[in-house]
Design a protein around this ligand. Sequence first.
Ligand code: ADP
Length: 186
Amino acid sequence: MGPPGAGKGTQAKFIADHFSIPAISTGDIFRANVSQGTPLGVEAKRYMDAGEYVPDEVTNRMVSNRIVESDAEHGFLLDGYPRTLAQVEELDGMIKQTGHQLDAVVVLTVDSEEIVQRLLQRAEIEGRADDTEDVIRRRQEVYAEQTHPLIEVYKARGLVHEVDGLGEVDDVTKRIFASLSETSES
Ligand code: ADP
């Protein structure tokens, strides 16, 4: 977890590789559907372009279909999900069905000024439609309102690993692994 621009996608790949599990990114799946022009993509696009969340129903269905694929049998990393309280509940139900359990929630903390800089830079490189300045601001707001409260929910379950997301990519990765290995040894 972490606000838009915290570097979730980058770190998700390293973590997933390390544990030989798939990194399942709801943002990537939505973007793939948008570029392929699928009905899901058409629906998702209007929300994404405005910096809003895609409706829970749509997102939940997509994740529940994805985590039953064979590559996820022995575990998976979710990037960008859950993002709402309703999604937290839905995920609990899904993994009860599949027999998985939540082992850890990694939260990347970053300064908001740093975030805006990163996102503007990424907009130049990738040209994402949801990377204009207004939309960037809206996405930070939506995160603060709808997703930030989830950290407390997972803290209460003792799952949260808060990691400083500022600095070199490699350093952040090292911090994540250091934090994750602390619990597995305790
Ligand atoms: P970032 O990594 O920049 O935070 P993502 O690539 O994860 O953004 O997501 C891009 C967009 O896809 C979000 O702004 C939102 O519209 C949609 N999206 C992704 N995950 C979810 C989710 N769990 N619930 C609702 N919408 C989502």
